[in-house]
Design a protein around this ligand. Structure first.
Ligand code: FAD
Length: 98
């Protein structure tokens, strides 16, 4: 937030360049806006890590977890699906417990 526009633009461009090599040469200008509150951004490997986390916390025990934090970038839709999935897991386990 406290960095100057040029530093922010240079850092961002370096990140984009890693994904789209050569794009820096096409950039003719930039405008930097600062929002003090923003949404989380996934890092490489985060989707796989969340999958591992879901497996770890919702193994086959009696406790089932739900929530946006298990889904990657949390959203109402993802959180709701996580809750529904947790309910289904509980129902299936209760059913299989007989
Ligand atoms: C500013 C902002 C804007 C957003 N805009 C959007 C949007 O436009 N669209 C969208 O899809 N998503 C949006 N989101 C994301 C969305 O709000 C979350 O993904 C979603 O609410 C996560 O749901 P959740 O049930 O996992 O967690 P939460 O909604 O955070 O619910 C967790 C609940 O647990 C309670 N709690 C925490 N600790 C304890 C404790 N120890 N004991 C008892 N209760 C506890 C909390 O008080 C809270 O009520 C936004 C989020 C923010 C912060």
């Amino acid at each position: 937030m406290s960095e100057d526009d040029e530093t922010i633009a240079r850092r961002l461009l370096a990140e984009v360049e890693r994904v789209y090599p050569g794009i820096a040469g096409d950039v003719e200008g930039y405008h930097v806006s600062r929002w003090p509150w923003a949404a989380a951004q996934l890092r490489p490997g985060d989707v796989a890590r969340r999958q591992e986390l879901r497996k770890a916390v919702n193994g086959d025990g009696r406790l089932v977890f739900a929530g946006g934090y298990l889904t990657g970038v949390s959203s109402i839709g993802a959180s709701t699906r996580s809750g529904i999935r947790a309910g289904e897991l509980v129902a299936a386990r209760l059913g299989s417990a007989g």
